[in-house]
Design a binder for this molecule. Structure first.
Ligand SMILES: [Zn+2]
Length: 145
């Protein structure tokens, strides 16, 4: 009943224009048929009335358009936020998987720390080690899948 209000307002603006134009047309005919002195007045009501009705419908139509656009915008923002939330949740899961083990770091020798299997590429060559998070950051390490 109150869904798509923007579209309904736009439809109402069109209906209002048509109804007012018809009324102005009929009123114009009535005026010009009273007597010959009122022919010019009747004709101008028939002409100017619909034009004024048309112009005044722009405001209502524009208002409907505004509501429609802001609805679309609000929906887009909600979808984007949902997507960001999903992406974040996925990122957290990946982090949990890569830091799954507790043990001794093979580089600095720290014990009982979270270690990850990594690939380290430097001037000594390519090595595969289980390292702590500090060594991971300091050694240009890449995760091993
Ligand atoms: Zn370490």
């Amino acid at each position: 009943m109150f869904n798509n209000i923007g579209r309904k307002i736009k439809a109402l603006a069109k209906i209002q224009f048509i109804v007012l134009a018809i009324i102005d047309f009929i009123v114009g005919i009535v005026i010009l048929s009273v007597n010959e002195y009122l022919i010019a007045a009747g004709l101008s009501v028939m002409l100017i009335g619909p034009i004024l009705a048309w112009i005044s419908s722009w405001i209502l139509y524009g208002y409907g358009q505004l509501i429609e656009n802001s609805d679309k915008l609000a929906n887009n923002v909600c979808e984007t936020q949902d997507q960001i939330f999903k992406d974040r949740t996925n990122e957290e899961k990946t982090t949990e998987i890569s830091a799954e083990k507790i043990g001794k770091c093979e580089l600095c020798g720290k014990e009982n720390v979270e270690i990850s299997d990594v690939k380290i590429v430097d001037n000594l060559g390519t090595r595969y080690r289980a390292v702590c998070s500090d060594c991971y950051k300091n050694n240009n390490a890449q995760p091993v899948k």
